[in-house]
Design a protein around this ligand. Structure first.
Ligand code: NAD
Length: 492
């Protein structure tokens, strides 16, 4: 193992990394560890414990004990709000270190990861404000028989397992940690095995902010061991998961044991429509960013591009040219626009899809190759000429690979958009807002962006239709996912 790397290797990774359970740092019971690799170089620079069922059990016990003790859920909501604000300030004060950890771990370009963490801080503050705004309702009873004072009240769901992927690790974690803690839950956060660093540092900052021990436990480990043990644990009340649709379905089966509540943010195969009347100075760069941002490793990546026939060549060539111009490299370099894929496994997988596109008769407009350098880099790639049933138009690739198709018949647009098992996002570029509204109404997806693409404001629900998930993050939905509703009847 070689220790390294980056401009200023944070002190946090100079010490051996451990699990955070009940406010204490500890090794996995098995003593096993997972190497952590920098995807820009392929070199291992640290390791984290490989937790299994025994460690998950310890973390669940700690979370349960803290929940039952009321150390967090019964704390005054004003005090909880203050602690979450303090945590947001600590994250902000340590943003340079967190950005460095994220780039080492995940390879994201510095500008992208900085924006992602800044937005996650805003999200934490948004939910901090909700601690003091959790309301039930009084109701006028609808039955005739007796006089009642009746009301509903909202309570934290209990012990919540938060399982997150590697593609924007700290913001994915905070998307769950913020509403879960605001609701009063006690949590076990399980980061992806590829990207454990910022989750562990978040756990440390939460303790410093005053989150009581046992309320936010951070357990690193593989999905099939640690993740699966959390998902099937009988004393976990809720799993909030972001990741692939395949694992999401496994979680549905695992949750059946004690019928734990389940929120699922899953994969996508999102379409982008560009009409002849679009402002092409906006549509072309946005359509390119829709697929190439974060090297295509975004759940709502716009991986299917549909362009009205007259503009097809211009838009496809514009998107391909934008891809060719992108500065590819190490995330630490300020001008890097496209970082590496997360792992050699993902690298092979994406190159396999490019091969499949060729084999299926697709015409390669740009890209199509791995970069001849260390690390897991793939060129931004654009295909045309693929049939609707091609694998590339139907399967989530999670890489910088776009398939462009001309639009002939405007009546078929919604059918094209909806011809997928997913339903996460869609983009529409047009000056005809009436047309945009009509199409937005017909598309079965959780997020529609008109004349731009991507992103989610904390005030609005984010999530997917169909096999893109269950439930929503963001807004009131985000916190309700961590609350139970109780009805109380008092006979007068
Ligand atoms: P993944 O499903 O392989 O892993 C996600 C997390 O689940 C990791 O922490 C992993 O360790 C864990 N895990 C794996 N197998 C498990 C099991 N059997 N039981 C419990 N936990 C398990 O996904 P990934 O490859 O890390 O991430 C990419 C996927 O995430 C893509 O499909 C992407 O679309 C999706 N994603 C969705 C959103 C969204 O908001 N909808 C956001 C980001 C990523």
């Amino acid at each position: 193992m070689t220790m390294q790397s980056g401009p200023s290797s944070p002190d946090f990774i100079k010490r051996p990394l451990q699990l955070l359970i009940n406010g204490q740092w500890c090794e996995a019971v098995s003593g096993q560890r997972i190497d952590v690799e920098n995807p820009a170089t392929g070199s291992v620079f640290t390791s984290t414990p490989a937790a299994d069922a025994a460690d998950i059990d310890a973390a669940v016990k700690a979370a349960r004990a803290s929940f039952e003790s009321g150390s967090w859920r019964r704390m005054s909501s004003v005090q909880r709000e203050q602690i979450l604000w303090k945590l947001s300030d600590l994250i902000e004060n340590n943003i340079d270190e967190l950005v460095t950890l994220e780039i080492l771990d995940n390879g994201m370009p510095i500008s992208l990861v900085t924006r992602a963490i800044e937005r996650a801080i805003d999200g934490l503050r948004y939910y901090a404000g909700m601690c003091t705004k959790i309301y039930g309702r009084t109701t006028n009873i609808s039955g005739k028989r007796a006089e009642f004072h009746a009301f509903s009240q909202l309570e934290p769901v209990g012990v919540a397992g938060l399982i997150v992927p590697w593609n924007s690790p700290l913001s994915a974690a905070l998307n769950k940690v913020a509403p879960a803690l605001a609701a009063g839950c006690s949590c076990i956060l399980k980061p992806a095995e590829q990207t454990p660093l910022t989750a562990l540092r978040l756990g440390e900052l939460a303790l410093e902010a005053g989150v009581p021990p046992g309320v936010l436990n951070v357990v690193t480990g593989y999905g099939r061991t640690a993740g699966a043990a959390l998902a099937r644990h009988p004393d976990v009340d809720k799993i909030s998961f972001t990741g692939s649709t395949e694992v999401g379905k496994e979680l549905v089966r695992a949750a059946a044991g004690n019928l734990k509540r389940l929120s699922l943010e899953l994969g996508g195969k999102s379409p982008v429509f560009v009409f002849d009347d679009a402002d092409m100075d906006i549509a072309i760069p946005r359509a390119a960013a829709a697929i190439f941002a974060n090297t295509g490793q975004i759940c709502y990546a716009g991986s299917r591009l549909y362009v009205q026939k007259k503009s097809f060549d211009r838009v496809v060539e514009g998107v391909a040219a934008a891809g060719r111009k992108m500065k590819i490299g190490d995330g630490f370099s300020k001008d890097t626009e496209l970082g590496p894929l997360i792992s050699s496994q993902q690298h092979k997988r994406v190159l396999g899809y490019i091969e499949a596109g060729r084999a299926e008769g697709g015409a390669l407009v740009s890209g199509g190759k791995a970069l001849e350098r260390e690390g897991y880099f793939v060129e931004p790639t654009v295909f045309t000429g693929l049939a609707p049933d091609s694998r590339l138009l139907n399967e989530e690739i999670f890489g910088p690979v776009l398939v462009a198709t001309p639009i002939d018949d405007l009546n078929e647009l919604a059918a094209k958009a909806n011809a997928t098992r997913y339903g996460l996002g869609a983009g529409i570029f047009t000056r005809d807002l009436s047309n945009a509204h009509r199409l937005a109404n017909l598309i079965r997806a959780g997020n529609i962006w008109v004349n731009f693409y991507g992103g989610a404001d904390k005030s609005l629900p984010f999530g997917g239709y169909k096999e893109s998930g269950w439930g929503r993050e963001g807004g009131e939905d985000g916190i309700e996912a961590f609350l139970e509703k109780k009805a109380v009847y008092i006979r007068l």
